[in-house]
Design a protein around this ligand. Structure first.
Ligand SMILES: NC(=O)c1ccc[n+]([C@@H]2O[C@H](COP(=O)([O-])OP(=O)(O)OC[C@H]3O[C@@H](n4cnc5c(N)ncnc54)[C@H](O)[C@@H]3O)[C@@H](O)[C@H]2O)c1
Length: 713
């Protein structure tokens, strides 16, 4: 079925809006989709290993909805569109426990609000915005303040009695602070911290890990095992409250909190009251941005008409209230194929298994690799190349593999064999700790790191070749880049091949590099996922190393070219090299980026200045350089674009302002012509740079005026 979904493209999308789904071609196909959805839902609600990830389920569901709309005669009684959850139980609910409608974007939200206004015949009085906790719904009865019953949502009309689990659920007191008789509804969920602990416990008991905190909560609620981990509860509704508290959703929730129940309002996500749908949109975006920092999983935001009077007037459809809607977020756990397991050796010699994945959208980001933590964990989880694995991005951390779908394992998948020697230097591995290390520690790989640090792209230390580095390492004179700055003439002069003169020259040339701009130092650190261009952007954006080290993940994403995955990797790697940075700074290495026209690439900076590659509103033009520019290397060509105030890009798209085309230009020039993009000859570009450097604005303007669009082919 995954193949079937992929064929129409729906499975590849993180979320499928029914508006974009295609109906099934035949009644048989429809029925098989219904059967598959039923099986998946049964596993999902039972907290077993999920057969599909949420996005795949949503795609399947969306096609079922569209098929039923176009072929009402096909409609099956057991269609997932006809039932809520599954299966039922012995406890009859006082009122049905319904699902909730979904929207996936701001447009959908506005449409929903417009429909609601129309149904009321007036604007909704006000709204509430609260987290859509990714757990499972329960109804909890209190009689005179004492907890008497907990029931799962089941099929929406009847649920299972799970009262005996009350002791496991934090936030749900067995006695309220007042002797009231009410029914509370809310979500049982597992916090991120409890989920991590739960996975370890299950592994220790030889059981497969849960796919995500939601299925962990569902599994733990129904199971009775000694090692079950704590569950948590958050209330989002109640019946039976007196009018003074029940006249609005926000007052009802506040009263529940006063009775001692955990609610959405005091959670880290909070409950926001909004005057209109624009305020709602802002609140939804704000909560979405904090999604990773809440300490528990949310799969969206729930928006409700706040006033009980508005709710009563709007009423319900068969499956869901009309007065509430969920704005769903992209799923944060997806399944994909593990292509192979790579082994990475970190700067300090730590050896880690890394999963190389079939690219998959997780939480709105394309993920291609994920951590497998350590070898012991990998073996316990029994993850193998070829497996379908769960990939999870909990907020802004590096994606992780939480387990494999063992039922979907190909027959020929071989168990993983960890390395016996360090994959980088071939030396012994120290296995005394769970985190394996090359026995040579930092010394492993330091030559490669040092060579890069001293290279032309980075600190560009003249006269320091590979042979001298080898000799310095062998003699123990240096162990890292910072030690280079402590070398003195007598030490160097005493070495083979180096006399006093050469030694003096080398000491001087090393010392001269202390003044290099921060961008060079950053490049030299060899942070994964950054190169020279990105290091320059980072340096210019933050200005100082202190600001870089203090930057929060959200600030990283402000830097052009840095998305969530990259931000997490870069900041983690920087934290790892922080001691080296401190040591370099102690030797007097410059840790600031010069400002001035050449540095003005920040989108907000120097609007209206004399930088030729700025648009009238001061934002940088996007320029692609392809082929050679006279007098400049490729890197220098890109640097020149930035010096001129533009933003250099490696790929041509409709958003490119113009393309600089030089000798040897290839497919990028062709694509630019296809798109009818303006082209600037490389010679003219070199002249533009010269004119700009000479402060000759008229010539620069005249050259830019020759940039004319080519007609599309
Ligand atoms: N992966 C699978 O195989 C699979 C199978 C079945 C369902 N699903 C997932 O479940 C979803 C459908 O399930 P559903 O019908 O239970 O709907 P839902 O879980 O998406 O939404 C309704 C539920 O939201 C919960 N909720 C959380 N916070 C709330 C709040 N603040 N206010 C009100 N309600 C709140 C309630 O429990 C309510 O029952 C699908 O979108 C799909 O992603 C996945």
């Amino acid at each position: 079925m995954q193949d079937d979904l992929a064929a129409d493209g729906t499975a590849a999308a993180p979320i499928v809006d029914p508006a974009h789904a295609r109906p099934h071609a035949t009644a048989e196909e429809y029925r098989s989709a219904v059967a598959q959805a039923r099986r998946a839902a049964a596993a999902y609600y039972a907290g077993e290993q999920t057969l599909l990830d949420d996005a795949e389920y949503d795609a399947l569901y969306a096609r079922i909805v569209v098929s039923e709309r176009e072929h009402p005669q096909w409609r099956a009684d057991d269609s997932p569109t006809a039932v809520v959850g599954t299966p039922g139980g012995d406890i009859e609910h006082s009122t049905p426990m319904l699902s909730i409608g979904n929207v996936f974007d701001t447009e959908g939200l506005h449409d929903w609000a417009a429909k609601l206004d129309k149904a009321l015949g007036r604007p909704v009085t006000r709204y509430t915005v609260e987290p859509k906790i990714d757990g499972l719904a329960i109804a909890v009865r209190y009689v005179e303040g004492r907890l008497t019953l907990i029931a799962t949502r089941g099929d929406g009309y009847t649920g299972e009695d799970v009262t005996s689990q009350a002791r496991l659920i934090a936030g749900l007191p067995t006695r309220l602070s007042a002797p009231v008789t009410i029914e509370i509804r809310g979500e049982v969920y597992m916090t991120d911290a409890d989920f991590a602990m739960g996975c370890d416990l299950r592994l220790a008991h030889g059981e497969p890990v849960f796919a995500n905190p939601r299925s962990a909560a569902a599994g733990s609620l129904r199971a009775q095992r000694v090692y079950d981990v704590p569950l948590s509860f958050m209330a989002y509704a109640a019946t039976g409250l007196p009018d003074e508290h029940a006249h609005s959703h926000s007052t009802a929730i506040a009263h529940l909190a006063a009775l001692g129940v955990a609610t959405t309002a005091e959670s880290s996500a909070g409950l926001t009251v909004c005057a209109d749908i624009d305020e709602v949109t802002t609140a939804v975006a704000a909560l979405g941005a904090r999604r990773g920092d809440l300490g528990f999983g949310i799969d969206g935001v729930v928006i409700k008409a706040d006033l009980a009077a508005d709710q009563a007037q709007a009423g319900y459809s068969t499956r869901a209230p009309r007065w509430g809607i969920a704005h769903k977020f992209p799923a944060d756990t997806r399944t994909t194929t593990l292509l192979r397991i790579d082994v990475q050796v970190g700067r300090t010699g730590v050896i880690t298994p890394v999963a190389v994945l079939e690219p998959v959208q997780v939480g709105g980001v394309v993920v291609t690799s994920a951590t497998l933590h350590n070898f012991a964990d990998l073996q316990r989880r029994d993850v193998r190349a070829g497996d379908t694995v769960y990939v999870r991005r909990a907020g802004d951390v590096i994606p992780e593999i939480t387990g494999a779908v063992h039922d979907a394992r190909p027959a020929d998948a071989e168990p993983y064999t960890p390395p016996v020697t360090c994959p980088r230097c071939g030396g012994d591995i120290d296995r005394s700790n769970q985190r394996w290390r090359c026995a040579r520690g930092r010394a492993c790989g330091e030559k490669a790191t040092l060579l890069y640090f001293t290279s032309r792209d980075a600190m560009d230390i003249e006269g320091l070749g590979e042979k001298i580095l080898d000799a310095l390492l062998a003699a123990g004179h240096i162990t890292d880049a910072a030690d280079l700055y402590a070398l003195d003439v007598p030490t160097l002069a005493a070495m083979d091949r180096l006399g006093t003169v050469s030694a003096t020259n080398l000491v001087n040339s090393i010392a001269a590099t202390k003044a290099r701009p921060l961008s060079r130092v950053l490049t030299g650190l060899g942070i994964r996922m950054t190169g020279r261009t990105l290091s320059r952007r980072i340096a210019r954006h933050f200005g100082t190393m202190d600001a870089i080290l203090a930057a929060a993940l959200a600030e990283w994403e402000q830097v052009d070219g840095i998305g969530t995955e990259r931000a997490a990797v870069i900041s983690a790697e920087l934290a790892e090299v922080a001691p080296l940075i401190a040591k370099l700074a102690a030797h007097g290495v410059n840790m600031t980026e010069p400002t001035g026209p050449a540095a003005a690439t920040d989108d907000t900076a120097t609007a209206g200045s004399a930088l030729p590659l700025r648009r009238p509103d001061g934002t940088p033009m996007t320029v692609v350089v392809t082929g050679s520019v006279p007098g400049l290397t490729r890197n220098q060509g890109n640097e020149a674009v930035e010096e001129l105030g533009g933003k250099s890009s490696g790929s041509v798209s409709a958003r490119t302002d113009f393309v600089v085309v030089g000798d040897g230009a290839g497919s990028k020039a062709t694509k630019a012509a296809d798109l009818g993009l303006p082209i600037l000859d490389a010679d003219k570009f070199a002249q533009l740079l010269t004119a700009h450097r000479a402060g000759d604005h008229d010539t620069a303007t005249a050259i830019l005026a020759t940039v004319t669009p080519t007609p599309p082919r």
